[in-house]
Design a binder for this molecule. Structure first.
Ligand code: SAM
Length: 240
């Protein structure tokens, strides 16, 4: 019989992210460095004094809820996508989103802290978080103990071994992307290059060329496909 403990936690914040859907989000933070997001503190934590000292800190741990997959059941063994979907590992040996307690953990680079009217935001860089992600807690990343030199990496390949494929833009896509960049100050073209370049397709589609995929980043709907030796961004629609 599982034991049910009476712990309840409510979010201290919510993430506003460039990732508007799960497809395309990297498997870990720091992979897509051009990804930008903001963590907004929720009342009664929307006070600058809760963040005193954070201005000297470069990275934080974010504990969050996998809120978009709450209705999906967990399994004891899962197939990590980076192992090509062929091999199964135990859920606790992976960072799968489908867990008995659907809580995620990401170490994320932080930037400026903003206070606008009654709202408090922290800029986040390279996060792997979906827009609307509820945040349970944040803690400073402590290099002296969190950066473990002798740690072994396991079977899932590390990002520096994942080769990003080149991404080319159609004329239309390049023009729309540049316009969006100019108007929003978001580095959209680099973001698109990094998100698509890491090949977000499920492994069963990774051999297929010319099939059109869609990804939404910020307000941009991006149509793209794999060619023989590169990815092509075919069309960008700006939905603002
Ligand atoms: N770094 C975290 C960890 O280790 O716990 C997350 C790892 S998990 C493999 C990363 C994936 O979580 C992303 O590719 C994205 O699809 C998914 N994801 C991110 N935010 C989510 C959310 N709020 N709800 C459900 N899935 C989410």
């Amino acid at each position: 019989m599982p034991t049910h403990n009476p712990y309840t936690f409510s979010p201290i914040g919510i993430v506003h992210s460039c990732y508007k859907e799960k497809f395309g989000i990297p498997r870990q933070p720091g992979v897509v460095t051009a990804a930008t997001a903001r963590l907004e503190l929720i009342a009664p934590y929307n006070r600058l004094d809760t963040l005193d000292g954070l201005e000297d800190i470069s990275h934080i741990w974010i504990q969050f809820v996998f809120h978009a997959t709450l209705s999906e059941k967990w399994k004891a063994k899962i197939r990590p996508p980076k192992l090509g979907g062929k091999k199964k590992l135990g859920v606790f040996a992976t960072r799968s989103t489908h867990r008995p307690n659907p809580i995620g953990l990401s170490a994320v680079k932080i930037g400026k802290i903003h206070h606008e009217n009654n709202r408090v935001f922290i800029d986040l860089y390279g996060a792997d978080l979906l827009d609307g992600t509820p945040v349970l807690d944040i803690k400073p990343y402590l290099p002296y103990s969190d950066n473990i030199k002798e740690a072994t990496e396991g079977q899932v390949p590390t990002p520096n071994k994942i080769v990003l494929k080149p991404v080319r833009f159609s004329e239309q896509a390049l023009r729309k992307g540049k316009d969006f960049q100019q108007q929003t100050k978001q580095n959209a073209l680099l973001l698109i290059e990094q998100v698509i370049g890491q090949d977000p397709r499920p492994s069963y589609l990774s051999d297929q060329t010319d099939r059109v995929h869609g990804i939404q980043l910020w307000d941009l709907n991006i149509k793209w496909c794999a060619r023989e030796d590169h990815f092509e961004v075919i069309e960008i629609e700006d939905r603002r």
